[in-house]
Design a protein around this ligand. Sequence first.
Ligand SMILES: Cc1cc2nc3c(=O)[nH]c(=O)nc-3n(C[C@H](O)[C@H](O)[C@H](O)COP(=O)(O)OP(=O)(O)OC[C@H]3O[C@@H](n4cnc5c(N)ncnc54)[C@H](O)[C@@H]3O)c2cc1C
Length: 504
Amino acid sequence: MRALTEHPVVIAGGGPTGLMLAGELSLAGVDVAIVERRLSQELPGSRAGGLHSRTLEILDQRGIADRFLSEGQVAQVQRFGASLLDISDFPTRHNYGLGLWQNHIERILAGWVGELEVTIHRGHEVTGLVQDDTGVDVRLADGRSLRAQYLVGCDGGRSVVRKAAGIDFRGWDPSTSALIAEVEVAEEPELGTRRDEVGIHSLGKVEYSIRDDGEIVWGEGPVRVMVTEQHPGPAGEPTLRDLSEALIAVYGTDYGVHSPTWISRFTDMTRQAAAYREGRVLLAGDAAHVHSPAGGQGLNTGVQDAVNLGWKLAQVVKETSPESLLDTYHGERHPVAARVLRNTMAQVVLNGPGARIDALRDAISELLSMDEPRKRFAAMLSGLDIHYDLGEGHPLLGRRMPDLDLVTSDGPLRVFSLLHDVRPVLLNLGERGDFDIAPWAGRVQSIDAECAGPWELPVLGAVAAPAAVLIRPDGYVAWVGGRTQQHELAEALTDWFGRPTAAQ
Ligand SMILES: Cc1cc2nc3c(=O)[nH]c(=O)nc-3n(C[C@H](O)[C@H](O)[C@H](O)COP(=O)(O)OP(=O)(O)OC[C@H]3O[C@@H](n4cnc5c(N)ncnc54)[C@H](O)[C@@H]3O)c2cc1C
C-alpha cells in the first residue's frame, strides 16, 4: 500500500471540531493534516444555529472572535426547554450567544485554518486504521494510506475512526425524531414555534435578524422547517414527500413546499464514547458524543474538546510532555459531554407533548425564573461553569480564567490577548520578579501585571484576587498561589508543561 504522506497528527474530518483542532495544533507548531470527505467546506444546509458564550471566549483567546461576531446576531439565545435564560448580567465580555448558522461558522473557521500551515486532503475518505507502537496507518477509500503518530477522529457521529478503534458508543436509542429542511413554499406560512400533541415544530427563514428587544425579524428567501415526526423516523435520507406528509400531519397543509436545498432528519439518539483515547487514536466532537440538538450544545462542545486536546497533543508530539498528559483529555472532557447528554435528555422530555409535560414545563419555567437556578443553568449551557477537577484550592483552580484588564510595563492588555498563540502564561500580580521560571522559559510566558477591579466568576460571584495564576493555553487555570509556593508552582509547571530544562 502506498503511503500518501506522513504527518505527526492526522485529523479525520474537517467539520467544526476538526478545523478547530487543526488550527490549535498548527499554532502550537505541529505539522497536521486533515482528511475530509467533502470536496469543499460547503454544507448543503445550515445545521447548527450558533455559538455560546464560552465558545466565543475561546475564539477570543485566539484573537478570532470578531470574525464570527461581525457576521452573526448577538442575542440572548440560551434556552433550557421552553425557558429563555438571560446572561446579560454574567461577568464576561461575551454575555450573550451568537446566532450564526454552521455553514458560516465552518467557512470562517476554514478561512482561519487557511492562514495557518495545515494540509487539507479534500475529497478523501478514511475507511480504517491500523495502529502499532510508533504510529497509525490511516487507510483511505482510494487504497492509499497516511502515516501519523496520532490520529484524531473528528469524523462526526457515525465515526469510522471510533468504530475502527473498537471504542464503545454507549447510550440510548432515539425516542423522537424531527425533519429539518430548507425549502421554497408556494403559500407563505405563519412563522414561529408551535406545540401540539406530537411535540414542538417551528417555521422560520434562513435569513433573519434579532432586534435589541429580542424580536426576530425574518428575511427573504427559503423557509427553514423543523417538524417533529409522529414516530421516530427510519434511518436514511428523508424525501420531499416525507416532509410534505409531516407538515400536513401537523399544519394541515404542506404550504406547497418545493425546491428543497436540504432535507435531513435528526433524532435524540444519546451516546458517548466509552474512551476518548485508545492508544494513538483519539476522538473529539460528535465522534465522541451525540445527543439531541436541544439547547444548541453539540458544535460548541466539539470546538471546546478541540481546544482542550490541541495543546496537550502538541506537547506530546514535541516530546515536552509524556503521553500520560493525553489521559487528562478524557478525564476532563468526558464528564463535560456526559453532562450535556443528561441536560439534553431532560430537555427532550420538557419539549414533549401532553398535559403532564405542560405542567412539568411550567414548573421548571417557574424555577428558572428565579435568579440562582437561572444562573446555574445558564452557566451550564453556555459552558461558562466548566470546572476541571484539578484538586482542592482557590475557586479559580480548574476554571476558566476571566478576561481581565491588566496593566503591564508594556501598557494595558487583556488576559485573552496573552493566549493568542496557544502558549501558557504565568501571570504574577504580586511584586515584580516574584517568580523565576527560567527552566520553563520558551514554553511558558511570564508576565508581571497589575489588575484593577474585582475578580468575579459566573455563578460563584466575587472571589479573592490571587497573587499569581498559571493559565493553560486553553484558558483554564492550572495553579493559583503566591511567592511562598514556588515548590507547588514548579510541580504544576512540570505536570502540565513538561520537565524543567537546565538554565541556559
Ligand atoms: C438540526 C441540528 C441543529 C443543531 N444545532 C446546534 C446548535 O445550535 N449548536 C450546537 O452547538 N450544535 C448544534 N448541532 C450539532 C452540530 O451540528 C454538531 O454537533 C457539529 O456539527 C459537530 O461537529 P463535528 O466537527 O464534531 O462533526 P461534523 O460536523 O459531523 O463533521 C464531521 C466531518 O467529518 C467528515 N467525515 C465524516 N466521515 C469521514 C470519513 N470517513 N473520512 C473523511 N471525512 C469524514 C464529514 O464530511 C464532516 O465534514 C445541531 C445539529 C443538528 C442536526
